[in-house]
Design a protein around this ligand. Structure first.
Ligand code: TYD
Length: 142
């Protein structure tokens, strides 16, 4: 699948100060393919609501569902696929030119996003027809 894929991070299960728990560290550049310039998280989303519905021209992101679960559908010029994020030690890398839809947020789901750049509305494509045309110009006719 073009410009996206699952990343498996470490899950360190340990007892620290007598308390058992899991810990997932993420280090650049060994575990994530870009330098993180921004972090945000999406939460308190009703199960019947959809987020996303846009692509980015240059931005690289990793999506991690740190609590609960959520589905993410990615569509690009070549392919489309639905991913289920339900493990805090797993991330979904999403590169440029992928239209993303996030839905079926479970109760209490928290979707953490690591991003390669500061927020820039100019980097968004929010219109699906414009997304198709952008990809056609970039990759050619199907
Ligand atoms: P948007 O990226 O459309 O959210 P989602 O992908 O979850 O659907 O952003 C929603 C709003 O938040 C929009 O008004 C822009 C604003 N926003 C920021 O101000 N900074 C940010 O880093 C992000 C991601 C969004």
């Amino acid at each position: 699948m073009y410009n996206c894929g699952m990343l498996k991070f470490r899950k360190i299960s340990s007892i620290s100060n007598g308390g058992f728990g899991n810990l997932t560290p993420i280090e650049f550049p060994t575990e994530i393919p870009f330098e993180i310039k921004r972090i945000y998280y999406i939460y308190d989303v009703n199960g019947n609501e959809k987020r996303g519905n846009h692509s980015h021209k240059k931005l690289h992101q990793v999506l991690i569902c740190v609590n609960g679960n959520v589905k993410v559908k990615l569509t690009n010029h070549f392919d489309e696929k639905e991913f289920i994020l339900d493990d805090p030690s797993v991330g979904l890398y999403v590169g440029p030119d992928n239209w993303r839809e996030m839905y079926d947020f479970s109760e209490g789901a928290v979707l953490l996003v690591l991003a390669s750049n500061e927020y820039d509305e100019e980097d968004y494509i929010r219109d699906y027809d414009e997304f198709i045309e952008h990809n056609r110009k970039k990759f050619g006719d199907k």
